[in-house]
Structure formats: C-alpha cells, structure tokens
Design a protein around this ligand. Structure first.
Ligand code: ATP
Length: 593
C-alpha cells in the first residue's frame, strides 16, 4: 500500500491550498507521526518526527474522526504533553485521512493568535467541511497511486510470465504494428521485432502479414502457418499460430505464437521414441563376428559417410544403426527410423520428404515435415531399403548428393544435415542385375558396408543372449529364473534360428512365461523349436554340439574345481588353457555342469 510520504508533493500542495484559503497554518502527518507537509513555521520541519508531542494526532487516527481543541493546554488530551504549561496554540482542528476505513494520517489546522482562533471558532462547521474534502482528496490520491502501482506490478508480472515461455509471442494492433513481444520472440527475430517501426510486414513480408491481419477479421479463427525467413547466414524455419485478441469492444489485435522448428523436431523425436539410446555395449555376443562388429562400429561412428547394414531379419541391424548413432558425434541429434517396406509406396514419399500445404488432395492443412527434416543434425535409418520403389530411389540419390530435400509441392529446397544408415536383408547385387535396384544408389549408400551374421553362424552368442533375455524377463515377469537345463541348451544349439536374435528373444520370453521354477527346461520351449529336427546341412554345428556335450560330460565326471578341470583336460586330450577357451566359446559355466 502506498503511504502519505510517497505522495509528499501532493500533500504539500494541499497543505498550501488550505493555508492560502483559510489563512491559517497547516501540517499533515502520516501514521508514523512523521510530518509529511507543512506551511508557515512548519515548512522547515517536514520529514521530522512528531512522536513526542503528537498525542492528539495519534488519538484522531485511533478514533478515525476529527477532534477540535478550543482550549489548548487545558484539554484533557493535552495533559501528557511536555509543552502543556507554555503551549502557544490558541485553537486546533485535527482531521483524519481515511482510506477504506483505516486512518493513514491527519491534517492539523493550527491557530497561534486569538483573532484567527475566533475566526475559526465562528466558522467551525464550514472549516470542518473544507478539511474533510481535502482529506478525501488526499485519500483519493493514495487510492489512485495504489491502483497505478498495482497496474505496474501486474504489468511487470505478466511480462515476466510471457518471458518465461519457450514459445515466442508477439501481439499486434489491427494494422499489424507490433505492440508487445516476449524474450523468445526477440531472440528469434532480433532487432526487427523491437525497433520502433516494427510491424508484421517488416517481419514476415507483405503477403504473410496480410494473411495474419486477415485473422482479426475472421473472429475466432486460428491461422497455422509455416514460415521461412532469412536470419543472417541462417534460414529460420518457424511455425506460427495467429489468433485474434478479443476484448469487450470486439477484436482489438492479434496474438502470434512462434515456434522454432528445431524445438518441434525435438518434441516429435522425444515422443516418438527416437531418443532411445543403445550403445555398442548393448550388442551382446562373445563370438568373433560380434566382437569385430563392435570394433567396426566404434571405428566408423564418427564419420558422416553413409552405411549399409546387411543381414537377415532379426539379426540386430537396427540395434547396430542405433549404436553407430550413439557412438558418434551426432548422438545429441535425433535418430529417426523408417521402414521402407512397411509403408505403402504412395505414402513413403511424403513420409520421407514431407509436403507443403495443399500439395495434393487429402494433404494435411499447413503441410507436413518429412523424416529427413526430422532427422536434421542426426541420423536417418532407412530400413529395408531394397523395398524402395525405383522413382524414390532416384529422389533419395539426389538428396544424398545435394544434401537438400524438396517437399512435395514445395518450391524451394530445404538443406538437411543427415547421416543416412540403410539396411537390407535382400541381395542388392542380384536386384541390380535384375534391374530392380539402381546401381548408382547402391554405390552411394554402400560407402561403409557392415554385415551382421545370422545367429546360426555364431551360436556361441546364444548363451550370453539367453542370459541377458532371462534377466530382462525376470524383471518384467517378476520371476527368479537362474539357469537352463543342458537339454534346453542343446535344443537351442541345434535349432537353426531362421528368425535370428528376435526369434531367440521370443523363445526365451515364451519359456519364461511357462517356467514355474528357477530353471528353464525343454518343455518350456515353443513346439517349433522343441520338435525341430537337426538339419543335415548343419553338420558343422553338430560337430560343435558334440564337442560341447563331451566337455560338459567330462566336467560332470571330474568336477569343476581347478583339479577337476585339469583331469577333464587330460581326459579330453587337450591343455587346460584350451579347455578354458572352449568353455568360454560354448558358454559353459561351472554352475551349468
Ligand atoms: N547382439 C544383440 N544383443 C542384444 N540384443 C539383440 C542383438 N541383436 C538383436 N537383438 C535384439 O533382437 C531384436 C531384433 O533386432 P533388430 O530389430 O535390431 O533386428 P533387425 O535386423 O533390424 O530386424 P529386421 O530386419 O526384421 O528389421 C531386438 O529386440 C534387438 O534388441
């Protein structure tokens, strides 16, 4: 609340006015008994405390109404006063200044000679009415100041609120002149928005400005528009939402929200799971093939060259692509995946490159951003690239060469900074020979080839993968499975895994659901795996299997202590170091024996 001291100038003016009309000295004090204003002899004491002699003033503020002292020194309120015996006052009127029922100060009218005292006495009623009006004027001034202070405060408050927004915000008058803008808008648009002649036309050009101003004429309609601007050396891509500001007297202006596309992309990527981060350490396996795969990923991750990952379905190609992204310098950017075979040909083009407003019948209003734009500064994973239609292969090749895309129906190219990782399980060379895949694109994407071996060629990975999946499903299903029987292992080993790691994962999930104890056994396996026959062409793996089984049998006989292992190695006709190596290769752990 504003106090009397903060309107000191007004108080002094009123004191002077009273003094000149009535010809009598006046002082005004606040509720701390500080003299706020004064005329005549009191003028020199403005700002000083009257606490030691302000009995009457204090009493008037306590009561909230005026007091007339016609016999100063003798009046009962004068009794405690130090000046009681030698008071020079002859007559005194004290009037309270009340604001909303609370006294915030007083006006004191003081007579020092008999003639003035007589005059006041004679006209006491009209003097009191006049002082009342003056007290009211001061009270009104205080209220007005309070109101203005409140306005300034709420203005500052709302300004800090809109400055907190991550969204840029501009408001304009109906002619497009900028009225307000927040910090984000200033950061996005720079001086253009804060200059004294700032207008929509200056910011966005006359055509866009007209479209936005048109919003005001259409009442409640919201305009959603994508805008590209030149911001120095950079191109600024913004999404704007304009809506009319409606007040009591109808539409008063336009509010425009601005969003930078980088922020929109970040949100899309976050909520579409594009930020799941897998690293090389998530690629499990003890085989030489997987070991080399992890090394290769590390060595090529920081390059920007296109990668072609080849491997059967379920071998972990997407996992590899994510690991490349997360090991390299683009890991802060998005990883966007698209499966070229899962999307109808007609939609794939717009999914990849996006489209402009009204590009074709059925196109979403305001246009759409494609995966290339979403993957800007990150990685685009093109899964099943072998299934991409030829005309899109041409478009893709152009994008890879020119590093810019053109939206469907778009007029200007949009630069994109994207590392492409493609994957396929098809024989691209054969497809080229049959004219189904473009040779030029093949060379463009096959800069860094990576092969992911099928699981049947690296069966030693089964053990570590199984252990991992058992842990995963122990957590998910709240179970406590600790191992697998030897028969269970043998079945997994003998099976040819056409669906690779994905199939293995599903088989373990299935078994974990069925398991009731702490060990997985053959009856928990899906029928297809349980009853699969060993195939002749997998003779080599049968030999492996035989070797593994023999080692396990031998360890069972001699035990897994160091001494037992030495005996087992001797019985097998191999050195102890070879036994350890083979145990590691086949994933044989002491506890399994
Ligand atoms: N080496 C591995 N370590 C751990 N998990 C793996 C490994 N390889 C594959 N997986 C898991 O197997 C499943 C299939 O992997 P992914 O989707 O990467 O295969 P893909 O080759 O891309 O399959 P598709 O060709 O069908 O798209 C995923 O759950 C993945 O996490």
């Amino acid at each position: 609340m504003v106090d009397l001291m903060s309107i000191q100038k007004n108080a002094q003016q009123i004191a002077e006015a009273i003094a000149s009309v009535l010809g009598i000295d006046v002082e005004i004090a606040d509720n701390n008994l500080i003299r706020v204003a004064g005329t005549g002899i009191y003028r020199d004491y403005v700002g000083q405390s009257m606490a030691s002699q302000g009995y009457i003033y204090r009493e008037v503020m306590r009561l909230g109404y005026e007091i007339v002292i016609d016999n100063p020194g003798k009046h009962e309120l004068c009794q405690p006063c130090e000046q009681k015996g030698h008071c020079s006052e002859k007559y005194e009127i004290v009037y309270p200044i009340n604001v909303d029922g609370v006294s915030i100060g007083v006006i004191g009218l003081l007579c020092f000679d008999d003639e003035k005292a007589r005059r006041v006495k004679q006209n006491q009623d009209s003097y009191l009415t006049f002082l009342g009006k003056m007290a009211e004027t001061l009270a009104l001034k205080i209220k007005e100041e309070n109101y203005l202070k409140g306005l300034v405060y709420s203005n500052r408050y709302f300004k800090s609120v809109i400055d907190c927004l991550e969204e840029g915000l501009i408001t304009t008058a109906l002619d497009g002149k900028i009225v307000h803008y927040n910090k984000t808008a200033q950061n996005l648009l720079g001086k253009k928005v804060s200059s004294s002649d700032a207008s929509l036309e200056l910011l966005f050009g006359s055509k866009r400005a007209e479209e936005i101003i048109d919003v005001a004429g259409k009442g409640q309609k919201v305009l959603e528009k994508e805008i590209r601007l030149d911001a120095g050396s950079e191109k600024l891509q913004l999404m704007i939402h304009a809506r009319p500001i409606t007040a009591e007297r109808g539409v008063q202006g336009i509010a425009i929200a601005l969003n930078h596309f980088t922020k929109i992309k970040r949100l899309v990527n976050r909520y579409s799971g594009n930020e799941i981060s897998y690293t090389v350490d998530d690629i499990l396996g003890s085989s030489e093939a997987v070991r080399r795969l992890r090394e290769k990923i590390k060595s090529i991750a920081s390059s920007n060259s296109t990668v072609l990952i080849r491997g059967e379905s379920g071998t972990g190609k997407e996992l590899v692509a994510r690991a490349i992204h997360n090991c390299g310098s683009r890991r802060q950017g998005p990883f966007v995946a698209i499966n070229c075979s899962a999307i109808p040909e007609s939609l794939l083009e717009s999914e990849l490159f996006g489209y402009e407003d009204g590009a074709f019948t059925g196109a979403r209003k305001g246009g759409k951003m494609g995966k290339f734009e979403l993957a800007d500064k990150g990685t685009l994973f093109l899964d099943e690239i072998g299934d991409m239609a030829q005309y899109l292969q041409v478009k893709l090749l152009r994008v890879l060469q020119e590093r810019q895309i053109e939206r469907i129906g778009g007029l200007s190219p949009i630069p994109v900074d994207v590392r492409v990782i493609a994957a396929t399980n098809r024989d691209l060379e054969k497809m080229i020979a049959q004219g189904e895949f473009r040779e030029d694109l093949y060379y463009r994407i096959n800069v860094i080839p990576i092969d992911v071996a099928p699981l049947r060629e690296r069966k030693e990975d089964i053990e570590v993968l199984c252990r991992h999946f058992i842990e995963v499903y122990n957590q998910q299903l709240n179970k406590e499975v600790r191992g697998m029987t030897e028969d269970f292992r043998r079945k997994l080993w003998e099976y040819s895994w056409p669906g690779n790691v994905r199939e293995l994962q599903n088989a373990i999930e299935y078994a974990m659901n069925l398991a009731d104890g702490d060990v997985l056994s053959v009856e928990h396996l899906p029928v297809a795996i349980r009853e699969a026959q060993e195939q002749d062409e997998e003779e080599t793996f049968k030999l492996d299997m035989l070797e593994r089984r023999t080692i396990v049998r031998c360890l069972k006989r001699y035990g897994t202590t160091v001494e037992g292992k030495k005996k087992a190695a001797k019985a097998l006709g191999i050195g102890i170091a070879t036994l350890y190596r083979k145990m590691a290769r086949y994933g044989i752990k002491d506890v399994d024996v």
